[in-house]
Design a protein around this ligand. Structure first.
Ligand SMILES: Cc1cc2nc3c(=O)[nH]c(=O)nc-3n(C[C@H](O)[C@H](O)[C@H](O)COP(=O)(O)OP(=O)(O)OC[C@H]3O[C@@H](n4cnc5c(N)ncnc54)[C@H](O)[C@@H]3O)c2cc1C
Length: 383
């Protein structure tokens, strides 16, 4: 009987799994049955999200269509969001249906930890899930020209995501500065994980774009239209975007799987759960305390080929290979216009050429996974 491999989530690492399954179909098709459950069929590529918000890209340029990738790999694709996983019975539950597996792989990303700040979940828009954010952003951007009075938009989060998104919004709304005032609020200094020069450059770009910066301001709670800070002060807002840190989906901890701080699946060097060998995980949702790395798509991308090999090896009974993360990585931060800051091994550059460099890298990634949709591409819904 063929073993069942269940892929959950169409994140960066799973794109490489789909590619490997397509290229190695002869190796596995007699012995494996593979299904991909993904909340989104068009999976967003977050590296290009700030460019999409800024107006440099169309939506189709920043999304990978999972349908041709799945059909060319010969696997079933179902649009469904997993709500629970039972590792005693080896089933995932999505939309009221059970999906049995012998082996399961999670690449479901993360979301900002809105639950940590009272009121944030009710009053703020999380930067992820990306498509929910984009829908709201489009409505706001389109409605901004017809505003009756000026509004105040606040982005909470001074890491790379918050800075990039605030600058992208400011760029998109640059002709409507009188109508939309933008602020960036952060608990720490700006870009605390980056070289000081990068933070200074980012602060300069924020100022030039008219974005007010409030550092060292921890938000204690949020009420309607009001941010309440730890130091007792308040600030009002009309729209609030939450772009801090990362949290895991709560059903993972409930599954009894070993997790690390933040609720992420604790994996070993083989990208395998340390508590449940039938579970593999990669990308933001996974963490290895022996190899701590920031939550960045570049790591999910590097894990992808190793994950693909290990899923096949585990299913076919072969020895697993080790994932060795790089120590540092090239970080490219867009600054709104066709301009970006590059950080690598403590060195910092900026320029329009950095943006073009990033654009080439991003477009190459998207081309790699852009297969044409086939007329026969099925969309099996859960029955
Ligand atoms: C504004 C912004 C800009 C960024 N820019 C960069 C950058 O330039 N470089 C970089 O390295 N990192 C960047 N990041 C970080 C990057 O977004 C993440 O590290 C990366 O997306 C993680 O990839 P992943 O494969 O773990 O999951 P994701 O890319 O988030 O994919 C998760 C997938 O799982 C699916 N899914 C989610 N939940 C479920 C469920 N319950 N059931 C089924 N399917 C599910 C989703 O539909 C999606 O397809 C940025 C983040 C933000 C917010």
């Amino acid at each position: 009987m063929r073993k069942r491999l269940l892929l959950v989530g169409g994140g960066h690492a799973h794109l490489f799994v789909l590619e490997a399954l397509r290229l190695q179909r002869d190796v596995w098709r007699e012995r494996l049955e593979v299904t991909l459950l993904s909340r989104d069929l068009m999976t967003p590529y977050s590296g290009m999200l700030p460019g999409l918000v800024a107006g440099h890209y169309r939506s189709s340029e920043c999304h990978v269509d999972l349908r041709p990738l799945a059909s060319s790999a010969g696997i079933d694709l179902v649009q469904a969001s997993v709500e629970r996983i039972d590792l005693q019975r080896n089933v995932a539950i999505a939309q009221g249906r059970e999906w049995r597996f012998d082996l399961v792989s999670l690449d479901i990303g993360s979301t900002p930890p809105l639950a940590l700040v009272p009121g944030a979940a009710e009053h703020a828009l999380g930067i992820k899930p990306i498509d929910a954010f984009l829908q709201q952003w489009q409505a706001l951007e389109q409605g901004s020209a017809a505003l009756q009075r000026p509004i105040h938009m606040v982005v909470v989060g001074g890491g790379a995501g918050g800075v990039e998104i605030a600058l992208a919004m400011a760029h998109r709304l640059r002709t409507r500065r009188a109508l939309v005032k933008l602020s960036l609020v952060t608990r720490t200094a700006l870009l605390p994980a980056y070289p000081r020069r990068a933070a200074r450059l980012a602060a300069h770009h924020l100022e030039a774009a008219g974005v007010a910066l409030l550092t060292g301001s921890a938000v204690r709670s949020v009420t309607a239209g009001q941010l309440h800070f730890e130091n007792g002060s308040t600030a009002s807002f009309d729209r609030l975007v939450w772009a801090t840190g990362a949290a895991a989906q709560p059903w993972l901890a409930q599954a009894g799987v070993a997790t690390i701080k933040g609720g992420f699946v604790q994996i070993n060097q083989h990208l395998q759960s340390v508590s449940h060998p039938q579970l593999f995980a990669a990308g933001d949702i996974a963490g290895n305390p022996e190899q701590p790395r920031p939550k960045a798509g570049v790591f999910a991308v590097r894990q992808g080929p190793v994950l693909a090999q290990n899923l096949l090896r585990q299913a076919l009974g072969d020895a697993l290979i080790a994932y060795r993360p790089q120590r540092d990585y090239l970080s490219l931060l867009t600054t709104g216009a066709h301009h970006a800051i590059a950080c690598w091994h403590g060195l910092v550059w900026q320029g329009d050429w950095v943006w073009r460099w990033k654009d080439r890298i991003d477009r190459r990634f998207m081309r790699r996974f852009a297969l044409p949709l086939q007329p026969a591409d099925p969309l099996p819904g859960p029955d």
